[in-house]
Design a protein around this ligand. Sequence first.
Ligand code: GAR
Length: 215
Amino acid sequence: MTPSLISPPLPISPHLSNSPLKLGVMASGSGSNMEAIARAIADGQLNANIQTIIYNNPDAGVVARANRLGIPAVLLNHREFESREALDLKIIQTLKQYQVEWVIMAGWMRRVTQVLIDAFPRRILNIHPSLLPSFPGVRAVEQALAAGVKFSGCTVHFVELEVDSGPIVIQAVVPVLPDDTPKTLQARIQVQEHRIFPAAISLAAAQADPEIQTC
Ligand code: GAR
C-alpha cells in the first residue's frame, strides 16, 4: 500500500464566529484549491463566504469552476498593467468592492508588492507545494524531485514581501516515492493542499481574533 499521508489529523474545529469570514480568492490556474475551500464552506467545515475570485490568466480553469459555483470572477490581466504596484492597486480596489476581509492566494503565480500586503495586514494567506522554507518559487515539485528529498508536502503561510516567505500556519507531509514524476508527486501533494487550506484559514482567523472559539 502506498502511504499518502504522513501528517496527523488536523486538530482544528471550524471557525465558530457568527459572522462568516469574507474571503477573496486570487488564482492563476485550475482553481482546485479554490474549489476545495468552497466545498469546505458548503460542508459546514469553514464558516466563510467567497465574495469574489480574481484571476490573471484569461484561460485559467478557475473561471469554469467559479461559474459552476456561482461565485463572481474578475479578470485582472497583469499584462495590461504598467507595474506590479498598478496591478495590486486594482486588486485592492476590487477586493474592497466585494468587502473582502481575508485574501486567499490559491495558486496565484505573481509576486505581490508591499502595496497589497499593507492593505490587508496579516490577512493574506498563500499555499505553496513544498515544505517551506525548502523550495520556494516556481517549479517547487520539480525542485524537490531534483534534490532527492524523501519527503515533501505543502505549506499555508501568511504572505510577506519575499516570495513564499512569512509565518507558517499549517504544513502537511507526503512521501516522495522512487518512481515519482512531477505529475504524481504534485497529485499527492494536492490531496493534502485541499485538506489543509480550509483548516489553515479557520486557524488563522481564530488566531487573529481571540474571541473566536476554535474548539
Ligand atoms: C497549487 O499546487 C499551489 O500550491 C501552487 O499552485 C497550485 C495551484 O493549483 N502555488 C504555487 O506554486 C505558489 N508559489 P490549483 O489552481 O489547482 O489550486
